[in-house]
Structure formats: C-alpha cells, structure tokens
Design a protein around this ligand. Structure first.
Ligand SMILES: *Cc1c(COP(=O)(O)O)cnc(C)c1O
Length: 380
C-alpha cells in the first residue's frame, strides 16, 4: 500500500495520556469509587475478594491474589517457591529491571539471557545458561505476547527447574489457548496505570494453581496472618488496596473491548507500515495461530531510530524507548558484566509507538503518515 499522502493538520499525540485514564462521568466508575468510600472499605474487603475471583476465572486459574504491585508479587512468588540465596534464576535481559530485582531481593542470583527476533526470551540462550545452581526460569511475557513456551517448559521439565512468569505486560495474552501466567508454578501481573488493565495507582496480582503457594503468598502479603487474623509466620504488607481492587473489578468487565481495540490498532500499524523496509514490526494479530497477542506495547525496530523519533516528536508524536533503551545486563550499576549481542542490537534499534485505546483511528493514520513521510524523504 502506498503511504497516505493527505496533508494532515498537526496533532498532539502523547505516548500515553495519563490525564485521560480517569473515566468521564457516566461510565459508572465514579459510583463504584463513591460506594467504596461510603462503606469505608479500604483494606482486604469484599471488592478485593470479588476482583480476585473474577481475575482467577478470567485466566482460568485456581487462585488470584491481589498485590501492592507486580514487583512485590514476583518477590512473594519466588519466596513462597522456596527460592533464595545460592540459587540462580534465568531471565531475559530485555525486560524491566523489576524482573531482576525480584530475584535479587529474595537473595538469588539473576542470570540474564538473550531475547529472540520477537523480543521475547530465547529458549536456546536460556538452556545454555543453566548451571548446577539454576533453580528456576522466569520468562517475561513481554509487550502482550507469550514466549515460545513449549521449548521452555520442555527445558524446565528435563532440568527440573521451576517456572515463575513475569506476566506484567500480558493479561489475557494466550499461547495455544492458555493464558499468560498459567504455565508455571506462579505468575505476577501489574495494574500500573499504563498497563493494559490499569488502576489509579500501583497494583498487581499473583496467580497460581498450587494450594500451598496460594496460602503462603496470602500469609506473606498480610503480615503473616491467616484468614482468622492469627499470626502464623513472618510476613510483609503487600496488599492490593480495596479501592484499587474495586476499580479493577469494574474495569475487568469491559477489558475484552480494550484488547480488541489494541489489536485493531496493531492491525492498522501493520497494514500501513509493513512495506517500509527500514522497520521491523511486531507480528500482526492472528499471524500465528498459536498466539493471541494483546499489544501492551507496539515495539518496532528502526534502522535510523533516533532521527525517526526526532521527526515524530516534531510532528507532535510521543514515542519512548522501553526502559530508557537499555537491557538489564547493560546496567553496570547493578553489577552485571556480560555481553548479550543480540539483545544489545535490539535495544539499540527499538522504540515504542503510541499504543492504547485512547488513540483514534485518525491518530494512528497520522502516526503512520509521519513515519512513511520520514522514510519517503530518503533519510530513514
Ligand atoms: C510493569 C512491569 C513490572 C513491574 O510492575 P509493577 O506493578 O510496577 O511493580 C515488571 N515487569 C515488567 C515486564 C513490567 O512491564
């Protein structure tokens, strides 16, 4: 398809418009908030239970446990799984630092490995990183897409490793009909405002099918107290606020519309940008029958990334580099001292285009026009 050459008036499209995430009056969400406030229901109340039940049903998993955020969720999941000092845990370096910090804060050693061409953990690189101390693999279901789980599960099984998923970016994404977060012993999700299901602050959840894990995580989440309030172990405070839970419970009801819209936007991007040879795009929706991607992010690679970003910024379009443009192992402050050439190539070339349901079709057309114009100039 030839680029759309209409001369579009300049727009302002921030990468993510935080002012627009709060609902307009009339959606019913303000009533939910008012109701929680009127009941004075702030901590561990029925809204949290209802959300946990709805989330577990949505993912087809036995237990969902609301958390203060995804990072805490990962820490408690690792801890409940008995992982700690002396253990090595493999994770893909192209991820948010929180994946590695969770490993660090249970006292284990985070071992970064390469991603593949789709920016998700490379199973071959993961297998190569296994040592006698390796106890677990932490796949990251990045950008709303599930890793190639069959080989990862196979490796975990044959080498007797646990799987704990960082599913922060993948609520509702599927691989062979199974939801992200349901492949291993446990997984954590994030409800940070810019995540596909965002609350109005910090929030997260851990999911698991394992009875013992669920019990242990519930104890750790609430000062080591059981359902009756009896103190049975050491614990922390990693609870999801009841108000945030009520908001999430309300938003989860229409979450499928959010996914549908994100997939539509991905389809438009792909249709309009696929002919540009200087770009590498994410796989379009439905291009792989084994996967259902939910497009938390639309991460592209661009040969001339930095000038493309400048060009788009001058046209009023906000883009970002995921994690500031560095993979975890590139943070020397954290003590890593290895090279992962493929990942470094990806982080050096990739950028995120705006991707959220606040975008109109015209916004997306405008972004595509500007990207096409940049490459048509012959500067890209
Ligand atoms: C957002 C994110 C996290 C952290 O989630 P919080 O809820 O902010 O703790 C962890 N991992 C990945 C891949 C993320 O994108």
């Amino acid at each position: 398809m030839s680029p759309d050459t209409r001369v579009s008036p300049k727009r302002s499209i921030p990468f993510f418009n935080y002012q627009k995430v709060a609902p307009t009056e009339g959606t019913g969400l303000m009533d939910v908030i008012r109701d929680v406030l009127n009941r004075g229901a702030f901590i561990l109340q029925k809204d949290l239970q209802e959300f946990e039940t709805r989330l577990a049903a949505y993912l087809n998993v036995k237990h969902a446990i609301g958390m203060s955020n995804c990072t805490d969720g990962l820490i408690l999941a690792l801890r409940a799984a008995g992982l700690g000092p002396g253990d090595e845990i493999i994770f893909p370096s192209h991820t948010f630092v929180a994946t590695a910090s969770a490993i660090h804060f249970v006292g284990a050693c985070p071992v970064p490995v390469e991603c593949g061409p789709d920016h998700l953990m490379d199973p071959v690189s993961a297998e190569r990183a296994i040592t006698p101390r390796t106890r677990a693999i932490m796949p990251v279901q990045l950008n709303g897409r599930v890793c190639d789980m069959d080989p990862i599960l196979q490796i975990a099984k044959s080498r007797r490793l646990l799987i704990i998923e960082d599913s922060a970016q993948a609520l509702g994404a599927k691989y062979k009909g199974k939801c992200a977060g349901t492949f291993g012993l446990a997984a954590a999700f994030s409800f940070y405002p810019a995540k596909t299901l965002g609350c109005f602050g910090d929030g997260g959840a851990v999911v698991t099918d394992d009875e013992k894990m669920a019990r242990e995580i519930r104890l750790l989440r609430d000062h080591g107290r059981d359902e009756k309030g009896d103190l049975v172990s050491w614990g922390l405070n990693c609870r999801l606020d009841n108000l945030q839970a009520a908001i999430l419970n309300f938003k989860l009801r229409t979450y499928d519309d959010v996914i549908r819209r994100r997939r539509e936007i991905a389809r438009i991007y792909h249709e309009r940008l696929k002919a540009i040879t200087e770009l590498v795009l994410p796989p379009p929706p439905d291009s792989d029958p084994d996967r259902f991607d939910i497009y938390q992010n639309y991460e592209i690679e661009a040969v001339n990334r930095d000038s493309l970003r400048t060009h788009l910024s001058q046209a009023g379009i906000g883009t970002i580099l995921q994690w500031g443009g560095a993979a975890v192992h590139q943070s020397h402050a954290l003590g890593f001292n290895i090279r992962l050439p493929f990942t470094e190539r990806v982080t050096g070339r990739s950028m995120l285009l705006p991707m959220n349901p606040m975008l109109s079709d015209d916004d997306v057309f405008y972004i595509c026009d500007k990207i096409s114009a940049f490459h048509a100039q012959g500067v890209g």
